[in-house]
Design a protein around this ligand. Structure first.
Ligand SMILES: Cc1cc2nc3c(=O)[nH]c(=O)nc-3n(C[C@H](O)[C@H](O)[C@H](O)COP(=O)(O)OP(=O)(O)OC[C@H]3O[C@@H](n4cnc5c(N)ncnc54)[C@H](O)[C@@H]3O)c2cc1C
Length: 413
């Protein structure tokens, strides 16, 4: 039986980055992934702000495209911001995870693709993890000092039995990767477009993101639950067709390359189990994605990096438990994520189109920096800071109009 310092289960952004960090620090790591290739579960739309590349030292080869334009469309409102500089990238999600896995191997550790974790137990004071390889009946066993749950929403290590899992808030996202004519692609080549409101995707949102080579990602996400005013349950496919036909003006002149998607499970108030003895959970397994926007790659990697620091200390015997990890992560996320939860509940389950249109118009009245900070940095205080100047502007305009009318009347007299 092989023995490792750390076994990381799941080679998503969280697991890949955690394993890569630990392997580079000289630990003997195993990164185990259930799928045999990253093309199989290539589910994420993978848009992220530019700084993610620098924060996690990611090379150009992981990028699908760069974006410098941002558009929000609701049922009756629309706003586009354009920047002279790139604002972010859309990762090639398969290439990103492949790169992280390659770094693990290059640092002298191991990556096992096609190995599905199914249980772990203690034997003679040691932790044994068991994996099943596709097509084999005999389990593969490994020994480890620390076991990492990086299985995303599955939380397969923390909750091996599905029936024992607590209930989560969920959203399902489905995405089509399509190839379009160059003239159509050029219009959206460097633009992220988000759609809100009942016209596009009630109880959720949809998007168009650019990839390389005339390809676009068209996605829809719907939150589980019932909208207070207008619950809609038609098929995801219809909502994607709506964008291809009504927004992109495409009929049959595109090619469907791939359909993928996944369901994200989120613990409201971040009540996940972060650790148990020498087992620690990272990334979506501890709800690091933002429930309002569904953005999670950089936060999964951040959790992987923070965990790597504590795991190193644990293996060296400097700490005896992972509670400091739990505290640090909750301290980083809790406040902003709870505000996001509250806004998500309003936007996806309570607001009608008028309220959503008003919200889009309000954010649309802001400059790019402030809008970006709210939409991608979750600095919601900027939204309230903007209300007073807006009210002031509206009030001055109102007084102005009265004065003009008064002056007009005076001159008539
Ligand atoms: C449709 C959609 C669009 C999205 N778009 C964006 C976006 O534009 N930008 C963004 O930042 N985020 C986006 N996200 C969210 C983002 O993809 C996730 O937050 C991120 O992938 C989480 O990383 P992770 O490593 O924690 O989990 P995951 O990426 O889910 O990785 C978990 C890995 O564990 C493996 N695994 C599971 N069970 C086992 C097992 N028993 N044994 C072995 N391996 C196992 C899985 O196969 C998987 O590879 C999107 C999500 C969805 C569903």
């Amino acid at each position: 039986m092989q023995s490792f310092d750390i076994v990381v289960v799941g080679a998503g952004p969280a697991g890949g980055h955690c394993a890569r960090t630990l392997a580079k620090n000289g630990y003997r790591v195993l990164l185990a992934e259930q799928h045999s290739s990253f093309e199989i579960n290539n589910f994420s739309s993978a848009a992220t702000p530019l700084k993610t590349l620098e924060l996690f030292n990611l090379p150009e080869q992981t990028i699908g495209n760069v974006w410098d334009k941002l558009t929000i469309v609701s049922s009756n409102a629309r706003k586009t911001w354009t920047s002279p500089e790139p604002l972010g990238v859309v990762f090639d999600f398969a290439k990103l995870r492949q790169f992280l896995a390659d770094e693990v191997t290059e640092a002298g550790s191991e990556v096992w693709m096609g190995y599905r974790y199914f249980k772990h137990y203690r034997e003679n004071g040691e932790t044994i993890a068991e994996f099943k390889r596709k097509g084999t009946t005999e389990p593969t066993r490994v020994k480890t000092k620390v076991l990492v749950d990086a299985t995303g929403s599955a939380r397969a290590v923390m909750y091996p039995q599905k029936r024992n899992r607590p209930s989560f808030s969920k959203a399902t996202g489905i995405e089509y990767l399509i190839e379009v004519e160059p003239y159509c692609y050029r219009k959206l080549e460097q633009e992220l477009v988000f759609f809100l409101g009942s016209k596009w995707m009630p109880q959720g949102y949809s998007w168009v993101f650019p990839m390389e080579g005339n390809r676009l990602k068209i996605g829809v996400a719907r939150y589980y639950g019932k909208h207070a005013i207008a619950p809609v349950e038609d098929r995801f496919k219809n909502r994607i067709n709506l964008i291809t036909k009504n927004y992109l003006n495409l009929e049959d002149n595109y090619q469907l390359i791939d359909v993928h998607g996944s369901t994200l499970c989120y613990s409201m108030g971040l009540k996940d189990v972060y650790y148990r003895d020498n087992t620690i959970a990272i990334g979506d397994s501890v709800s690091t994605f933002n429930f309002l926007g569904g953005e999670g790659i950089r936060y999964a990697m951040l959790a992987g990096e923070v965990a790597a620091r504590y795991i190193g200390q644990y293996v060296k015997g400097e700490i005896g438990e992972f509670d400091p990890y739990r505290k640090e992560l909750r301290n980083y996320f809790l406040r902003r994520w709870q505000i996001s939860e509250r806004i998500a509940k309003k936007v996806y389950f309570e607001y009608d189109d008028r309220a959503i249109d008003r919200g889009v118009s309000y954010i649309g009245s802001m400059n790019l920096k402030d809008a970006f900070d709210i939409l991608f940095e979750y600095k919601f205080e900027k939204a309230t800071q903007g209300i007073l100047p807006l009210l002031k502007r509206q009030w001055i305009a109102f007084l102005q109009s009265i004065r003009e009318r008064f002056d007009l009347n005076q001159s008539k007299i």
